[in-house]
Write a protein that binds this ligand. Structure first.
Ligand SMILES: [Zn+2]
Length: 324
């Protein structure tokens, strides 16, 4: 059932102007990205990303219809009357400091960077990025031993990029067989921001938030572990950054996050505001907002028009709100 309104909104949105759709009453627009790079990144095969020129064009597109606002503005006005947008970036990748931030400063666009405390300073690599490197290496230099190890653990070339947090030691073993050294990759490529770069982003006026310690699939781990991941990344921020608003974005999605966990985060004063990735939707929890994942196939304007129309269709069906 769920895909029918999606498909319908894609078709129908061609007949409605962007102006009309974006000006209508909708939840606050919160587009988010991970990385911007002019080079191909072998550790990121799991989502499409933009080059600098494409990213700048998307920023200009947002500026045509929406006013850029800060995290503080969103915290104080989670359901603003004005048509505004707040930009964010997940996973704390180095291009945020080197490509994204200079461009945003030039254009006067505020943003929040959500950081995994376990990866800062290139201490460790996200398991899905490990999977990307293993897959790239296997395609370039097939290795029967590595392939059979992965197969024994139900990992194939087809599903490797969906490997989960509990399978990270299998990815380490496979890398070993492929003579692929994640430590060397981290030291040479430095995919992540350093603590100094994060502090510098904060000094330049950007907001920094938490994104869990090591980016596990929250829907696959216990509530106790979920809480530990939230708290650990938020503690790292408290120790290193001067935060005006304590913000957290759930890794991957907020699916599998119970009301109880939201309540505990609130009761223990860990976050002021949290974010999901469900698209343009309202949320039942008033301090939890949904963001729109921009890095997907297709044209931004068409995708966004379909997303806004999808919201309208769901609203007409009485289903515009995410429940937990
Ligand atoms: Zn992430």
């Amino acid at each position: 059932m769920a895909h029918i309104p999606r498909l319908l909104s894609k078709q129908l949105s061609r007949f409605v102007s962007a102006e009309k759709l974006f000006q209508s009453k909708t939840p606050v627009f919160l587009p988010f990205y991970h990385v911007v790079s002019d080079q191909a990144l072998p550790c990121i095969l799991n989502y499409p990303y933009l080059n600098e020129k494409e990213f700048e064009q998307q920023l200009d597109f947002y500026l045509k219809y929406f006013k850029p606002v800060s995290l503080e503005y969103i915290y104080e006005n989670p359901r603003p009357e004005e048509k505004v947008f707040h930009l964010s970036f997940d996973d704390g990748l180095r291009s945020c400091a080197e490509i994204v931030a200079p461009l945003l400063l030039r254009k006067g666009i505020p943003a929040t960077f959500f950081i995994n405390s376990g990866f800062v300073d290139n201490k460790e690599l996200f398991h899905r990025y490990k999977a990307s490197l293993v897959l790239t290496e296997m395609l370039l230099h097939p290795d029967a031993e590595a392939e059979s190890l992965l197969l024994e653990n139900n990992l194939t070339q087809g599903n490797l990029l969906k490997a989960d947090f509990s399978q990270r030691s299998i990815l380490d073993e496979a890398a070993d067989l492929l003579e692929l050294d994640f430590g060397t990759f981290l030291a040479e490529e430095k995919p992540y921001l350093s603590t100094a770069q994060i502090k510098d982003l904060s000094h330049k006026g950007f907001s920094i938030g938490g994104h869990s310690h090591k980016h596990p699939e929250f829907w696959k781990i216990s509530e106790k572990k979920q809480f530990k991941h939230v708290r650990k990344s938020m503690n790292w921020l408290t120790e290193n950054i001067n935060q005006k608003v304590k913000a957290f974005s759930f890794p991957f999605t907020d699916d599998g996050v119970s009301r109880k966990l939201f309540q505990r985060i609130k009761d223990e004063n860990i976050c002021d505001i949290t974010f999901g990735t469900a698209g343009v939707k309202y949320d039942k929890i008033d301090t939890h907002l949904q963001r729109y994942p921009v890095e997907q196939a297709g044209n931004l304007e068409e995708n966004l028009k379909a997303e806004f129309l999808y919201f309208k269709l769901r609203k007409a069906m009485g289903k515009s709100c995410v429940k937990h």
